[in-house]
Structure formats: C-alpha cells, structure tokens
Design a protein around this ligand. Sequence first.
Ligand SMILES: [Zn+2]
Length: 353
Amino acid sequence: MTHRVWHHSLTKKELAGSDATSFAKYHVLTLGWPGCGYALVIEPKNLINTSNDKRARIVYANDINQRTYHVGNSNQFSLGICVAGDYRYDKMDDATLASIAELHAALVKDGIGKYDKAHNEMPGYSWKACCQYNYRDAFNWKGSKTPAKPKPAPDVYTIQEGDTLWSIAHKEGTGGVQVEDLIKANPGIDPTKLKIGQKINFGNAKEVIVQPNDNKEETEPSNSGDEVIKSIQKALNSKAGLIVDGFNGPKTKLALIKALQTELNKQFNKKLVVDGKWGAKTKAAIVTVQKGAKGNLTWILQAALYLEGYSPGLLDSIFGKGTETALEKFQKKRCIIADKKAGKATYTKLFAA
Ligand SMILES: [Zn+2]
C-alpha cells in the first residue's frame, strides 16, 4: 500500500448520517459493497475530550491491511481516509484539523503509505469534487502556531517522485500558484504524464497571478464557450484529450459515453468495450440512477443533461432536487415516461446519435 487517499463524505458534517456507521450502511446496503469503503473515518460531529483539548472522533472502519472500494482501479494500493462533511460548504473546525494532523502523523510514523493524495488526484478521478479541503494544510496544523512567512516561489521547479500539478501548487513556498496557472505557464505539458526530473516553469505562473489579465486575449478567443461545458471537458480530459472550448460537439459526447462505459465496467463489472459509441450492449448494461444516488454515474448523468440544455444546477455528483427536475423536463420534452429515473430509455435519448 503506497497511497493515503483523502476524501470527504459530501454530506454536511452536522447531519445524523455524517458518520462511519451511516457510510458503511450506504456502501453495503445500497451499493452492495463488501464493507465500508473507507479504512478510517473522522467524525467532526462526535467530539472527544482529550488531555490536549477536543478532538473529532476517528473510527477504524476496516482493518488497515484490508483493501476497500474507494478509488476504482487504485484500490489495491490505496488507503481510504474520509473526513465526514461537505467541504464545498462546511468549514473545518480546530478539533477536526487536529485529528487529521495527528492521524496523519501516526500513519507516517507507522510507515502506512508513502504519498498523500486527494481523491481527485488519483487516476481517472480528476473530475471528482473530492476532497475539497486542503489536506496538506491540515497536516501542518499546529493549533496556535503563527504561520511562517512563505518562501518566495522559484522560477523553475523540478518534478519529484509523487508530484502532481496540484501537489506542487500546494507545496510550501510556491506562492499560491494555481494548477491552471501552471498549465498556462507550461504549454504542451500533460498533467497526467509528469516525469521525475522534468523541469516546469514557475516564472510565468507567478506573473499570471500578479497580472491575471495579462495577454489573456492572445490565448483565449473573446467569444469563448460555455464555462460549465468547459468544466465538463476538463473533467473528462484525463483520458479524452478534448479541446476545452466550451462547445458541445460530437467529441465531448463520445468522451462522456466512454466515461459512462468505464464506470459501468468499474462498478458493475459489465465488461463493455470502452469505445464511446452508443450501442445495444451499452444500453443493456445501463444501471438506473435515481434520486438519492451519488457518485460518478450521477455526475455523468448531470453532465449529459447539461449538454442537452437541461441544467441540473451544480454538477456535484449528487442526485438531488435539481437533477430530478432537469431529468423530468428532459423526459417530458423527449416523450419518455417522466418517472424521474434515468434508465435505458433516458440514456438512449441522451446518447444515441
Ligand atoms: Zn472521495
């Protein structure tokens, strides 16, 4: 096991269901998994009094040596750690930060794992809104310690083992550069194929921060496409190599069908050929998605609805009210039974050419 993978639960931290027991029930009873997907769960709503002050409870949901479902093809070498909460909206409290820092220190001390990654830094998950908190900052959390002045960013950075653009952007002394700035400052770089020893340009990335509008019109056409479609294209891009232009075209649709096929294979062992084509086999493999669902299949449905002009609101991988309303409108318009469930008929209307 080499990777410690950090998740959040996408359930608001104070809710009744924001604990290890509820996640285990959901994974086993709803998803049919063999056990809880995470090895360790931190529960901000369950505070423990310790001699060092309050701490969020840490639950050992699985034996450390047990491999669990949480990052698809990377499960075999990854330990799943989930901090309960939806950190798109929730704020981390001190007790939770202290628990993260102490758990991390203990795992490092015991030699459990080598690299820390967010869920969306793992292969195939760049589009996942997980973990949404800065886990590296949490590791360094020292209670009352005054943060040290950041070192100035270097002009050139040499890739080290385990680096991703995201981890580089979050390293100490990188002056708060964003992943997007690094991509802009290093034209032609493939974020999924960084090599140890490869040099990347920091100088331009820093300038982008100081003057965000500098030369912008040279790199982006003024009539740029839809921002949400751009985010969909970016999310699909770890595999697809799409041009991020914000326009819905056949390549974007093909990449989305590929993502669907990949996910059906991964989650339900469907053994589909991942070719991006909508055919009888893919149709037969469809697993119905409905309100309450969350995860990759829901995100794919949300993206497909958006591309067809039916916005589900935030593309957050959670099948809530917005997704249901968008789906119902789409079904009525396309003359399918408006049952608010995305099954074979709905996917056919979404994906058949
Ligand atoms: Zn996750």
